[in-house]
Design a protein around this ligand. Structure first.
Ligand SMILES: *Cc1c(COP(=O)(O)O)cnc(C)c1O
Length: 495
């Protein structure tokens, strides 16, 4: 007989107690004092427990086992039933340990239709970058070590050449993200002085990044000019005074002002700023390094165009259209970048080795623009032909229908994807995917329930609910992942 749990002696060896017979299933009719739960030390000595101890360690296994037995006892005392046989307890223990050790950050299938989804981690990186990051994790690196001279180096130089070539800028520096780039630039060039920005460009980016607030935190004074819909060159001119440090343009990434509008373009702004000796900075947001029109996508201002248009500094993100790791890039005039690099805040905002390890091979891909749509994951997803997504939708329709049951309607339909992360907010990309609809007249919130079940799968599936339909946009499910997607549908029943 197994011992009652009351004399649980977890740390004691199971002396001679070889009992491996399963304990009886308790009947809730038994009085609580007579519940027989297997003893901790007996369970620990059971062969089925050894792999758990080997994987999770003895302390953690014992603690989880005590908690589990305590819960079982509580259930039984409360009049409930519980399977207290050794195999059942060990199976519950394995589930408990697995659950407690599950990673908080997990991979998932992004079927939202938004390719650069900020909440899902934005750009996915190509294998060359993944390998470089793995190396940087495993090995010492010449992060700040000049291998030519054997002296201390500067981490920015690791990606400098690539970026100068790709943007036409004189100098660059890299920080944690574009928000940090804007903050650092403003703090360096305009602390205690004025920065002229059009009222039409006082952008708020999701997650509480507002140009006026960043300006304040950088110690700069915002000088708003023009109106929300119309700003003229003379507005900038009239905004200038002895305290003006900078004129700044902000790419209106996540909205478009249409109708009766007037924006002062960079070529208009640059001469009047130069005349007055005031530098012009552009927060480009996404900032692409290539002309996306060449790949059949809508045009987005490139960093090179902005530099050639006369901007003295440009800031942009590494993990938006560029398709690299999270970082912020400041590119532009040598003297201004040098001043930025000397700001003590740069030390607080600098990037780590993993970021640079990932960024360098991504930038290198840009030197072969013809191969870019194949090699750069972001561009491959953005340029994926509708026919490919349509074929995949047709392949997945049956299995998904099978998993959901006949009540639901599952159809392959055209839909529209977005680039995301503020890039080209109004342009949408024709896509294809599955539209899931609940049976007519189902009470409650069947799509909400379905959405939750998809999220509970081993690799969570994230779709989008709109118009009484759960949309699964297949743009970001590449063909090689379809099998895994189908295989886990069997878990949908229990999810
Ligand atoms: C996205 C964006 C930012 C913020 O960039 P992060 O890399 O997310 O910090 C700032 N400005 C503009 C215009 C943007 O589009």
């Amino acid at each position: 007989m197994t011992k009652a749990v009351q004399d649980d002696q977890a740390t004691q060896p199971a002396q001679g107690d070889k009992s491996t017979q399963p304990a009886q299933v308790n009947k809730s009719t038994q009085p609580a004092s007579r519940f027989r739960l297997p003893a901790v030390h007996v369970l620990l000595a059971a062969p089925g427990c050894q792999p758990l101890v080997a994987q999770y360690g003895r302390e953690q296994t014992v603690a989880a086992l005590r908690d589990l037995l305590g819960e079982l006892r509580g259930n039984l005392l409360g009049g409930g039933t519980a399977d207290t046989s050794e195999p059942a307890v060990l199976a519950a223990l394995a589930r408990r340990l697995q659950g407690a050790n599950r990673r908080a950050m997990r991979r998932l299938f992004n079927l939202t239709g938004t390719v650069l989804h900020t909440n899902l981690g934005r750009a996915l990186l190509p294998d060359v970058a993944v390998q470089a990051v793995a190396d940087a994790l495993r090995w010492p690196m010449n992060l700040e070590w000049d291998l030519e001279t054997g002296k201390r180096g500067d981490r920015d130089t690791l990606v400098e050449e690539h970026l100068l070539k790709l943007t036409g800028a004189e100098a660059v520096t890299i920080v944690n993200n574009n928000a940090a780039a804007v903050l650092l630039m403003l703090n360096t060039l305009a602390s205690g002085r004025e920065v002229i920005v059009s009222r039409g460009e006082l952008v708020e980016i999701g997650g509480a990044f507002r140009i006026p607030d960043v300006m304040t935190r950088a110690g700069a004074i915002l000088r708003e000019v023009g109106a929300t819909n119309r700003t003229h060159p003379k507005d900038y001119e009239e905004g200038v005074n002895a305290g003006t440090a900078l004129m700044m343009k902000v790419h209106t990434s996540n909205y478009a002002i249409t109708g009766f509008t007037r924006e002062v373009t960079l070529p208009e702004l640059v001469p009047l700023a130069r005349e007055r000796g005031i530098p012009v900075a552009v927060d480009l947001g996404s900032g692409t390094l290539v002309d996306l029109e060449k790949y059949g996508l809508p045009h987005e201002t490139t960093v090179r165009e902005t530099i050639e248009g006369g901007a003295d500094l440009v800031t942009f993100s590494g993990d938006k259209l560029l398709g690299g790791p999270q970082c912020g890039i400041i590119a532009g005039r040598k003297d201004l970048v040098a001043a930025i690099k000397k700001n003590p805040l740069k030390r607080a905002l600098r990037v780590g080795k993993l970021t640079l390890a990932a960024l360098e091979p991504v930038l290198a891909l840009y030197h072969a623009p013809d191969l870019l749509p194949e090699r750069l994951t972001t561009l491959r997803l953005l340029t994926r032909p509708a026919s490919s997504m349509r074929a995949l939708a047709e392949r997945l329709r049956g299995p998904v229908q099978g998993a959901l049951g006949d009540g639901y309607s599952v159809t392959a339909e055209p839909m529209t994807s977005q680039i995301g992360s503020g890039a080209l907010p109004v342009d949408v990309l024709p896509s294809f995917g599955l539209a899931l609809r609940a049976p007519e007249g189902t009470r409650g919130n069947p799509l909400g329930v379905l959405e939750r079940r998809l999220r509970a799968l081993p690799v969570p599936v994230i779709g989008r609910i709109a118009d009484d339909t759960l949309w699964l946009d297949l743009r970001c499910l590449e063909d090689g992942q379809a099998e895994e997607f189908i295989n886990q549908l069997k878990d949908l029943e229990t999810a």
